[in-house]
Design a protein around this ligand. Structure first.
Ligand SMILES: *[C@@H]1O[C@H](CO)[C@@H](O)[C@H](O)[C@H]1NC(C)=O
Ligand SMILES: *[C@@H]1O[C@H](CO)[C@@H](O)[C@H](O)[C@H]1NC(C)=O
Ligand SMILES: *[C@@H]1O[C@H](CO)[C@@H](O)[C@H](O)[C@H]1NC(C)=O
Ligand SMILES: *[C@@H]1O[C@H](CO)[C@@H](O)[C@H](O)[C@H]1NC(C)=O
Ligand SMILES: *[C@@H]1O[C@H](CO)[C@@H](O)[C@H](O)[C@H]1NC(C)=O
Length: 351
C-alpha cells in the first residue's frame, strides 16, 4: 500500500502545482486528502498528532496549523501542540472564551481578514495564551481592543477595524510590545493607553480621528505615524523626550505655523519628516541631520535657507537629500542661491 501511495503522490503533486493561483504551499495536502490518499499515510501519528479536517498540519512542521483562506465561518479545534495558527482570510465572526482553551502554547495567531466583531469575542478568549507574541486582527470588524490580551505580546495588529475607543487598561503592562498597528480605525483620542509601553518601537495611529498628538508616547519609539488625522498643533518640546525617533509622518492633518512651537522639529536623530498636505505657510526649522523632508501641498510662500542651516559656510551644511516643496506658493526662482551651499547633498529639490 505504501508503494502505491508513493506512486500516487508523485503523480498528483505536479498536477496540483500546475493549477494557477496557488499561493498556499500546503494546498496540495488538502487536494490529496480530498481524494482519500492522506488518512493513515501522510499525516501518520508519528508526525505529531491530530489535525482538524478543514486545516492542514504539515508533517514537516507539526506545530503549525494552516486554515487560511478556506471560507471557514467557525473556529476549528486547535490541538494543544500548536504554536503557529493561520486563520486569516476566512469569515469567522466569533471567538468564544473556550475556543483556544487547549492551545496554550500558541505563539502566533493570524486572524486578519475575518469578520470578528467585538461583542462576539469572549472576554477571556485570549487570556490563557501566556506565550502569545504575535496577534494579527487587522481587517475585521472590531469596535474595541479585545479584553485581557496576553501581556507577552510583541506585535499587535488591529488596523482596519472600527475601533472607536481604547481604555487605559487595554495595553497596560505590555512590557515587550514592540509593534502596534492601530491605524485606520475611528479613534478620537488615545487617553493614557500608551503609557508604560517601554519597548514600543513602531506606533501607527494614522487614519483615525485624532485632534491631538497622543499623550504618554513611549520614549523609545523609532517610528511614529500620525498621518490622516485632524491634528492642528503639537505640544511644546514634543520631540525632545525621544532619544531614538527617526521617522515622523504627520501628512494630511490640519497643522498650521501657529500650532508648531519654535524648534519643534530641530532635533538631532530624525531621518525623515513628513508634513505634507497640511496648512503650513513657512518652512519650520529642521535639524541639519535630517535626510528627507516632505512639505508638498502646504501654503508655503517663502524658501527660507535658515530653516535648514542656522549658519551657512563650508563646514556647516544640511544632510537633507530629499526636499519636496511642490504644491506650495513658491517657484524655482524663489530658491536663493546660498541654498546650493546649505543643501549641497539634496539631489533634487521639488518646488
Ligand atoms: C480540550 O481538550 C479536552 C480534553 O482532550 C477536550 O475534551 C476538549 O473538547 C478540548 N477543548 C477544545 C476547545 O478543543
Ligand atoms: C461590520 O459591522 C457593521 C455593523 O456592526 C455591519 O454593518 C458591517 O456589514 C460589518 N462589516 C463586515 C465587513 O462584516
Ligand atoms: C518579556 O520578555 C522577557 C524575555 O523574553 C520575558 O522574560 C518576560 O516575561 C516578558 N514579559 C512579559 C510581560 O511577558
Ligand atoms: C537648531 O538648534 C540648534 C541648537 O540646538 C541651533 O544651533 C540651530 O541653529 C538650529 N537650527 C535651525 C535651522 O534653526
Ligand atoms: C560649523 O562648523 C564648525 C566646524 O565643524 C563647528 O565647530 C560649528 O559648531 C558649526 N556651527 C554651527 C552653528 O553648527
Amino acid at each position: 500500500m505504501r508503494g502505491v501511495c508513493g506512486f500516487l503522490l508523485a503523480c498528483v503533486l505536479p498536477l496540483s502545482i500546475a493549477t494557477p493561483d496557488r499561493q498556499d504551499p500546503f494546498l496540495w495536502l488538502s487536494a490529496l486528502r480530498g481524494r482519500g490518499y492522506v488518512e493513515g499515510s501522510l499525516l501518520a501519528d508519528k508526525t505529531g498528532g491530530e489535525c482538524p479536517e478543514e486545516c492542514d498540519c504539515p508533517p514537516t512542521f507539526p506545530i503549525a496549523m494552516y486554515c487560511d483562506g478556506r471560507g471557514l465561518t467557525a473556529m476549528p479545534t486547535v490541538p494543544s501542540r500548536m504554536k503557529y495558527l493561520y486563520l486569516q482570510h476566512n469569515e469567522i465572526s466569533s471567538l468564544s472564551d473556550s475556543a483556544l482553551d487547549n492551545a496554550t502554547n500558541l505563539v502566533w495567531v493570524m486572524m486578519h481578514h475575518n469578520a470578528l466583531t467585538s461583542d462576539k469575542i469572549g472576554k477571556r478568549a485570549f487570556s490563557k495564551l501566556q506565550n502569545l507574541e504575535r496577534l494579527y486582527l487587522q481587517h475585521n470588524n472590531l469596535t474595541s481592543v479585545p479584553q485581557n490580551l496576553p501581556r507577552s505580546l510583541r506585535d499587535l495588529r488591529l488596523n482596519k477595524n472600527n475601533i472607536n475607543k481604547i481604555t487605559p487598561a487595554a495595553l497596560e503592562g505590555m512590557d515587550n510590545l514592540t509593534i502596534l498597528y492601530i491605524n485606520d480605525n475611528s479613534l478620537t483620542e488615545m487617553g493614557t493607553s500608551l503609557k508604560g509601553l517601554n519597548s514600543l518601537l513602531l506606533l501607527d495611529v494614522s487614519g483615525n480621528k485624532l485632534e491631538k498628538v497622543p499623550d504618554s508616547l513611549p520614549e523609545r519609539l523609532h517610528q511614529l505615524y500620525l498621518e490622516f488625522n485632524a491634528i492642528s498643533s503639537v505640544p511644546e518640546g514634543f520631540l525632545t523626550k525621544f532619544s531614538q525617533l527617526q521617522y515622523i509622518r504627520m501628512a494630511h492633518n490640519d497643522l498650521t505655523d501657529k500650532g508648531i512651537p519654535p524648534n519643534t522639529f530641530n532635533v538631532t536623530g530624525l531621518v525623515e519628516l513628513d508634513l505634507s498636505f497640511n496648512k503650513l505657510e513657512r518652512i519650520p526649522p529642521v535639524s541639519p541631520t535630517l535626510e528627507h523632508l516632505y512639505l508638498q501641498a502646504n501654503h508655503i510662500k517663502e524658501f527660507t535657507v535658515s530653516s535648514f542651516c542656522g549658519v551657512v559656510d563650508v563646514m556647516n551644511f544640511s544632510r537633507l537629500r530629499t526636499v519636496r516643496l511642490d504644491g506650495n506658493e513658491i517657484s524655482a526662482g524663489d530658491v536663493p542661491s546660498e541654498s546650493a551651499l546649505c543643501l549641497r547633498l539634496a539631489s533634487n529639490i521639488d518646488v
